[in-house]
Design a protein around this ligand. Structure first.
Ligand code: UT7
Length: 333
């Protein structure tokens, strides 16, 4: 069966309005603007407020894309939401977004791949589009980390922020496949590095279980080492499979986890500063949303010139990681 080439036809993002600065975090825990900036690169982040959730910011990102790209929501065949912080265990975030944007003909489901969410979702979209199963596929990457951060734990609360991104994929009209290469890796044995345990309460007729607070647990240093050990090799493999070299990549757009990780990866791979897209200063680590936010904002502020070839790199809880080499066309924002 012939594989149908895929086009990335739209991208957008949405972040909540409420800004929390490092100085404000220093009123909650024993830290400082200096420590957070030096160790993470983060200056401020956005957090949901009032009734905002990963669903509401996801809806906003979707609506922006629909408006900018003049899409009829009824033509969307599939919505995949990559989220690790849903507002409800069910219905899925994607189902709530389907209802809100009136994409009544779309199948909708969530995936959990944490900060690799965009890459995992893109690979699913590619499989469905290439096989002819679905045409218009909307991906929503949305996380409201601030709801499950322990705001008394200085090792975790300083790095996360909230945000959402949206991406539309569909069959390519000119035969060019915008997803040149995409590779995923999962190492479940290292799952304890970052986790959000939902223990609940056992049935009163059963033995009692240990109830745990509902907070993100992160072994930051281990995650850091994991990324630096595995990602350069995985990126090298992706470039090799695509038969490309670092010099063929116009922009390296990694998950915005920590500026030190981004700098170290870029240096190891030989990407100069102009080629690396960074906006962690303003938004912190927005998990699944971070790459889509960085792409959209980079295009809007002119740091990313289109058309271009970009290397997208995600890594996070699972442990999951993924790399995609993509073509970004003019007019996608
Ligand atoms: O999104 C994907 C998953 N997440 C990541 O990629 C995160 C990767 N890791 C990181 O970004 C970093 O590990 C952190 C920013 C989370 C932490 O930085 P670190 O340099 O690895 O610090 P550490 O956890 O090794 O702690 C070093 C010291 C400790 O003090 P002692 O025990 O040496 O006295 C911490 O208590 O720094 C202390 N510390 C802080 N001090 C001031 C940890 N967090 C803070 C803080 N302010 N916010």
């Amino acid at each position: 069966m012939q594989s149908i080439p895929v086009m990335i036809s739209g991208i957008s993002y949405s972040v909540p309005k409420t800004i929390v600065t490092n100085d404000e975090i220093a009123t909650l825990v024993d830290t400082s603007d200096e420590w957070i900036k030096t160790r993470t690169g983060i200056e401020e982040r956005r957090v949901v407020s009032g009734g905002e959730t990963s669903v509401t910011i996801g809806i906003e990102a979707a609506q922006k894309l629909i408006k900018n790209r003049n899409i009829n929501p009824k033509e969307i065949d599939l919505i995949i939401s990559a989220t690790s912080i849903p507002s409800k265990a069910y219905p899925a975030v994607a189902c709530e977004i389907q209802a809100a944007i009136e994409a009544d003909n779309a199948v909708a489901f969530d995936i959990t791949a944490a900060c690799s969410g965009l890459i995992y979702a893109m690979s699913i979209a590619k499989a469905y589009i290439s096989s002819g199963t679905y045409k218009k596929v909307l991906l929503i990457m949305t996380d409201a980390n601030s709801k499950f951060v322990d705001w008394t734990d200085r090792r975790v609360c300083c790095i996360f922020g909230d945000g959402a991104g949206a991406m539309l994929l569909e069959p390519s009209k000119d035969g060019e496949d915008d997803i040149i290469q995409i590779d995923l890796t999962t190492i479940g044995k290292l799952g304890d590095y970052i986790s959000l345990e939902i223990t609940g309460k056992n049935c009163p007729l059963a033995e009692r279980n240990e109830e745990k607070p509902l907070y993100i647990h992160m072994e930051g240093r281990e995650v850091y080492k994991f990324v630096m050990t595995i990602m350069p090799e995985k990126i090298g493999e992706t470039l090799k499979r695509a038969k490309l070299k670092e010099s063929d990549i116009d922009y390296f757009i990694p998950h915005q986890a920590n500026l030190r990780i981004i700098d170290a990866l870029s240096e190891r791979l030989g990407f100069t500063k102009e080629k690396v897209i960074v906006n962690i200063q303003k938004y912190g680590n927005t998990s699944a949303a971070s790459i889509a936010i960085a792409i959209t904002e980079g295009i809007q502020n002119g740091k990313i010139k289109l058309p271009c070839t970009a290397l997208l790199t995600g890594f996070g809880a699972g442990m999951t990681c993924g790399n995609a080499i993509v073509k970004l066309r003019e007019g996608i924002v």
